[in-house]
Design a protein around this ligand. Structure first.
Ligand code: SAM
Length: 207
C-alpha cells in the first residue's frame, strides 16, 4: 500500500524550502511547469463553459497560467494533500467565488474535466508494482469524476538510462502500458503526447 504520509512529507519539505515557486512543488524550472500545463489543457474544449478539477494543485499556479493563455473555467476545484500549499492557494485566489481548494477528492462533486500534473513522479521507496497499482486506482477515480475528460502527466521510461538509475525515488512510467489501460477501460478517444522535449508524457482521455 502507498504511504501517503511519506509523499506528503517530501512535498512539505520542498514547500518549506522554496515556497510558492516551481521548485516549491518539486519542479526544476518555471518553463517545465508551464510546458506541462500547456499539454494538459489540450483535453479542454475552451469554447464551451467548463468546470475543472486540478488534482495535486500545489499553490494553484495553473490558475494564473490559464488566465494568461485564455482558459476561463466556470468553476475550479484545486485538490492537494499538502495543507500549507492549500493555505497559500487560498490566500492567492480565495477571493474568487469560482475557485475553491480542498484536501481530498471526496469533498468535491463531478466536474467536466480533471487535470493532474506531477502527482505520480515521486514514488520515494515504494516498489514499482505498488506505485503502478496506485496510479491505476487513481486513474479509475479520475474517470469517475471527470464527465468530459481528464489528462495526466508522467516521467517517461524513455529517459536517459544513466539519469534514471541515479533517481530510484522517481517513477518512470511506461507510456504504452498507460495508453493501453486508458483505451481499454475509459474511452475510445485517448491521446498520448510524447513530443514536447522534456522527459515526460501526457495522456489525454476524452469521453
Ligand atoms: C510536482 S507538484 C505539482 C503541483 C502543481 N500541479 C504544479 O504543477 O504547479 C505535485 C503536487 O501533488 C500533490 N500530491 C501528491 N500526491 C497527492 C495525492 N495523493 N493527492 C493530492 N495531492 C497530491 C503534492 O502535494 C504536490 O503539491
Amino acid at each position: 500500500m502507498v504511504n501517503l504520509n511519506e509523499i506528503h512529507d517530501f512535498f512539505q519539505n520542498c514547500f518549506e524550502q522554496y515556497g510558492e515557486s516551481p521548485e516549491g512543488v518539486g519542479w526544476n524550472s518555471d518553463s517545465a511547469q508551464e510546458i506541462r500545463f500547456n499539454q494538459l489543457l489540450k483535453v479542454i474544449q475552451p469554447a464551451d463553459s467548463f468546470s475543472l478539477v486540478e488534482y495535486g494543485c500545489g499553490y494553484g499556479h495553473l490558475i494564473d497560467y490559464m488566465e494568461k493563455v485564455g482558459y476561463h473555467p466556470s468553476r475550479y476545484y484545486g485538490v492537494d494533500i499538502l495543507e500549507s500549499a492549500i493555505q497559500a492557494a487560498k490566500k492567492r485566489y480565495g477571493n474568487n467565488p469560482a475557485v475553491s481548494f480542498h484536501r481530498s477528492l471526496d469533498e468535491i462533486p463531478e466536474a467536466d474535466y480533471l487535470v493532474a500534473s506531477g502527482v505520480f513522479n515521486v514514488k520515494l521507496d515504494h516498489d514499482n508494482v505498488t506505485w503502478t497499482r496506485y496510479i491505476i486506482e487513481s486513474l479509475d477515480t479520475f474517470n469517475l469524476i471527470a464527465k468530459r475528460g481528464f489528462s495526466v502527466n508522467f516521467l517517461t521510461k524513455y529517459s536517459d538510462y544513466d539519469r534514471m538509475v541515479q533517481r530510484p525515488d522517481l517513477y518512470y512510467a511506461d507510456p504504452c502500458f498507460l495508453f493501453d489501460y486508458c483505451k481499454a477501460n475509459f474511452s475510445r478517444n485517448v491521446a498520448l503526447l510524447h513530443d514536447y522535449q522534456i522527459y515526460d508524457f501526457t495522456i489525454i482521455v476524452r469521453k
